[in-house]
Design a protein around this ligand. Structure first.
Ligand code: AMP
Ligand code: ZN
Ligand code: ZN
Length: 448
């Protein structure tokens, strides 16, 4: 108890010394947090006594780190992590569409994109008559776009403090909570060497906080090697160098976490893979009459049934590079047939083809597709598969897992944190064999 009181006072005095109140960025000299990646602190209270007794989870995402990159590059730190714990040598299966925001949010909610609401990186909501785009920081930080309870909100609601050193969705208040600490994404600075190192320094600083304030669940997001994969293609030397760079960051992070002496489960995942684009632009309005449609990328939002039926018929047999479905008829395996944000009709690429509704408006330059892409159906295109590595005190040693859907991480991560998870699209059974306790509830563990 004395430790608990001291902890609260210690954090309060750090904040006071800095002249900072709650919900202010913690940055600048004299703080324990790196100025290269400032964190905003939200006062959610101290960890509950129960939360203080739980182990820690650090969840890292390496954007676009395809399932086979680690083996291909002999990425020593990731492979060592997998050897020490568990990994998925044949990959983890992303949810459709295999894009960044939909999948990061599936990982932390256990919900398919159409259930958590982020059906693409950018989309239109016909009911709201409004657009969500990851480049729109106001939309990204507006919790009304998101459904489900991300792990940080789940933990905060159960008395456990959390920190998001970047993660899609973590800048919004969702399900009533924000993480106790979060970083704000800035595309201009987030990939600098200083900001990449800062994630590690911030994580260590957070884990050094007094136990009452110390987050038990920390997310870290790196935008590489996705950027290089797009710009140069998945097999380019630049992409391969980026793979080794993030592998080295994982090595540094692992050493830093080990040095804390805390019981930390380190989980490293990616959101999707990458494939070389194999087409020029396929422009849908050159095949179908999209008059009266709202569009977002290749998503098509017909306003009337007549419009939707017309475009469906015009696109139906037009190309072998895509298939088109009425929304309700999209195959169940894609989990993409219920949400009006998905549009109607729905165009699904059959290979690495770049599809869009229109050419850019007059005055905006049109350029050919960039070399690397993702977003495709992982069942058709295995290059979309993602990575999974994990090791720590609650994870078995030296085991591999067969490919599994990323929605199953949610109940598994909740279990590692001792949280009660709501029902989701994932199941604890899928990864229970990787847990030292076999996924048993605390009462079962005690034999009750
Ligand atoms: P893609 O990989 O093509 O799906 O695009 C994802 C983009 O999202 C990448 O350029 C990332 O840098 C960017 N990104 C990642 N996290 C965030 C964030 N929290 N806010 C805004 N953009 C982000
Ligand atoms: Zn991504
Ligand atoms: Zn990408």
């Amino acid at each position: 108890m004395r430790l608990h009181v001291w902890g609260r006072l210690a954090l309060a005095s750090v904040l006071l010394a800095l002249g900072l109140a709650a919900a202010q960025p913690l940055s600048g000299q004299g703080t324990a947090f790196s100025p290269a990646l400032p964190l905003t602190h939200v006062e959610n209270g101290p960890n509950s006594a129960r939360a203080q007794g739980q182990h820690y989870v650090v969840l890292v995402s390496l954007d676009g780190f395809r399932w086979d990159y680690a083996k291909r590059e002999k990425a020593s730190h990731l492979l060592a992590l997998g050897k020490q714990g568990v990994w998925a040598p044949d990959g983890m299966v992303p949810s459709y569409p295999s894009l960044t925001f939909p999948n990061h949010f599936s990982i932390v909610t256990g919900l398919y994109p159409e259930h958590h609401g982020l059906v693409a990186n950018s989309f239109f909501d016909p009911a709201r008559q409004a657009r969500y785009a990851i480049s729109d920081s106001q939309a990204v930080s507006d919790g009304t776009w998101y459904t489900g309870t991300p792990l940080w909100s789940l933990a905060e609601s159960q008395g456990m403090r959390t920190a998001c050193i970047l993660w899609p969705g973590s800048e919004a208040q969702i399900s009533g909570f924000r993480p106790s600490y979060y970083a704000t994404f800035d595309s201009k600075t987030e990939a600098t060497p200083a900001a990449q190192q800062a994630r590690i320094d911030d994580a260590v600083a957070l884990l050094s906080l007094p136990i009452a304030d110390r987050p038990h669940f920390i997310t870290i997001y790196y935008s590489e090697p996705d950027h290089e994969g797009h710009q140069f293609g998945p097999d380019a030397p630049e992409t391969r160098a980026a793979e080794l760079k993030v592998d080295a960051l994982v090595g540094k992070l692992k050493a830093a976490l080990d040095a804390t002496g805390l019981p930390i489960n380190l989980v490293v995942v990616s959101d999707h893979g990458m494939i070389h684009v194999d087409s020029g632009w396929i422009t849908l309005d050159q095949i179908a009459d999209l008059t009266g449609f709202d569009v977002s990328g290749s998503l098509l939002y017909g306003k009337t049934e007549e419009d939707r039926a017309r475009v469906y018929n015009q696109l139906k047999k037009a190309s072998s590079q895509f298939v088109v479905y009425r929304l309700k008829d999209v195959p169940a395996s894609l989990n993409f047939n219920q949400n009006p944000r998905e549009g109607d009709p729905v165009v699904v690429a059959t290979g690495p083809y770049a599809i869009r509704a229109h050419v850019p408006p007059a005055g905006r330059q049109d350029s050919p597709p960039i070399p690397g892409m993702h977003g495709l159906d992982p069942a058709r295109i295995p290059e979309m598969k993602a990575s999974f590595f994990a090791a720590g005190p609650d994870i078995v040693e030296g085991k591999t897992v067969a490919p599994f859907g990323n929605v199953n991480l949610y109940p598994w991560l909740a279990h590692l944190l001792g949280l009660t998870a709501p029902s989701s699209d994932g199941s604890l059974n899928v990864l229970a064999g990787t847990l030292r306790d076999g996924g048993a509830e605390p009462d079962e563990k005690l034999g009750k």
